[in-house]
Design a protein around this ligand. Sequence first.
Ligand SMILES: [Zn+2]
Length: 405
Amino acid sequence: MNGVLLYIIRALHCMGAVLSSDRKKKVDLGIVVASTMALFCSFSVNCEAREFFVAGAGPFAAAGANSSAKLADTASAKAATSVQPKSDTYQTGVALYNARRYREAEQYFTKVVKQEPANSDAFYYLATCQALLGDKPACLRLYKYIVQYFPNTPAATSAAQYLAQNSPVDTALPGGGDSQKQFKDALDTMQKMVKKASTAPASIVSIVQVVRARADRPNVSTEAVSAIKQAVDKLPPAVKDVLWANSVKIFVTPTVEDYEPGVKYQEARGYEGGTYKSCPAFYQNRKIVIAERTMDEGDETIKDAFPANQMVNSLYHETGHALDFCLDDISHSDGFKHAYLLDSAHVEPSVANTLRYYLQKSEDGQEECCAELIGLLLGQSERHTAEMRATFPLTLKFLRAKLGI
Ligand SMILES: [Zn+2]
């Protein structure tokens, strides 16, 4: 449900800048929020229904305000209208924020909210830093806190606008009662409208684009193109809807260099020093790229073409990344992380080496495992599928339920 709504919301806003696009910079700011929240245990709390909507504006009125630039502008503008006391720590935080040094700014605002628990602007800045640093869940939690405990402030108004755009409907919203019902009704209506407009047509092969060879090398074979197109049209309707609604494009290319000359010098993740030259497929910002051939890392000799079924397997894996990204970072959700950590704590030593790409430390392993398991659910074969099924049963179960496939 969350995922469907989120993609609808994103479709509504033309999928502008996405906060999580810089996921590598994500830090566990949940700890910061949790400790901040703990400070307020002794607060006397007014739990009356709050005015959730901005006067004269609907929940989607602030379309596009979730882009980084607008978030930054909004934070500055809201703070400027406030009459709250401004300590030196706060002012330093603002200066760092305006200099786009969000990591340092976030540390300052964390201090400020402890020292000045009534400073709603500091909370707003802190939450916005979290969003800009890629931790959207922490930001959402803090925005809800602001709406609940600092009603009728510029910070609460902005936070409410952002929440109206970015909260799944089944997340508890502050205010409850009428405002929550009003929010749900509005979202239901929008959902129906958008569903009508964004349901993918029976065939979505138009999202597949064939890249021409730049250098003197073979173009993509017609066999590979038709295998990819057939596989795309055989994807479950719900998956096709997500790809369609999010304008995901699939590029089938002779080599990655033909798609984008620059990428061959970029190090591919998990390739232990290797570059995209030897990477058969990747996903980047709503673009799935599948190469028919790779290049030698040293002399750039073009290797033999992959069989079409192997390219289709790559398509499934990269579609997994696309769904992860379009459905609000499934691989970074608490449910996914929980299942993944439990599964990866019990890896058979005999398969640990085979599956090391999906067990990488940091968030890479999580994301790769998520993409591979979704690929498996979409029909991937002949690719350590048995080992993946045996190693990640809980994660697979979680994804099956999440995607409804
Ligand atoms: Zn991958």
